[in-house]
Design a protein around this ligand. Structure first.
Ligand code: MG
Length: 173
């Protein structure tokens, strides 16, 4: 049985993943309003990925016979100074999410809840990728910052990103 402590923390994490989805949806809309369709596409895929993260945790609680509790989602900013600022915010946000995931793993470890540790390993690896991709995007936008043609080409490239169902959902549903 999952501990109350971990159950509550995973419910809070479901809310945090949905808040992340909301944040990236806001960035997608702001990028679109600024004329960056590729960046809007990139953040829309982030929005989809975060909803998938929430779903993975929901499936996990269900599989452990623990009730999912949906909490209110706090509001998010609606505008950023630049696309580069969006990616800097993304990196800072993902670092916070990493610490939340690490905290869940610490609780599971304390509980000697090996099934939960096993589920959380996927998220630990995912956070390494999230931080890496945010850093790569910051470097790309810093490289072309004052170059309109560079910005145009980079935006075009980001328009090609496609959503892939994360592996825990691809096999579970
Ligand atoms: Mg996430």
């Amino acid at each position: 049985m999952i501990s109350k402590n971990l159950h509550d923390a995973i419910n809070a994490q479901i809310n945090a993943e949905l808040w992340s989805a909301y944040l990236y949806l806001a960035m997608s809309l702001d990028a679109e309003s600024k004329g960056y369709k590729g960046v809007a596409n990139w953040f829309y895929i982030q929005f989809q990925e975060e909803q998938a993260h929430a779903r993975i945790f929901m499936n996990y609680l269900n599989s452990r016979d623990a009730k999912v509790e949906l909490l209110p989602i706090e509001s998010v900013p609606s505008t950023w100074n630049s696309v580069l600022d969006m990616y800097k915010h993304t990196l800072e946000h993902e670092k916070k999410v990493t610490s939340l995931i690490n905290n869940l793993a610490a609780i599971a470890n304390e509980d000697r809840d090996f099934a939960s540790i096993n589920r959380l390993v996927w998220f630990i690896d995912e956070q390494v990728e999230e931080e890496e991709s945010a850093r790569e995007m910051i470097a790309s936008f810093e490289a072309v910052e004052d170059n309109k043609y560079g910005m145009y080409m980079l935006d075009k490239e980001l328009a090609t990103r496609v959503y892939n169902v994360p592996s825990p959902l691809a096999t579970a549903e």
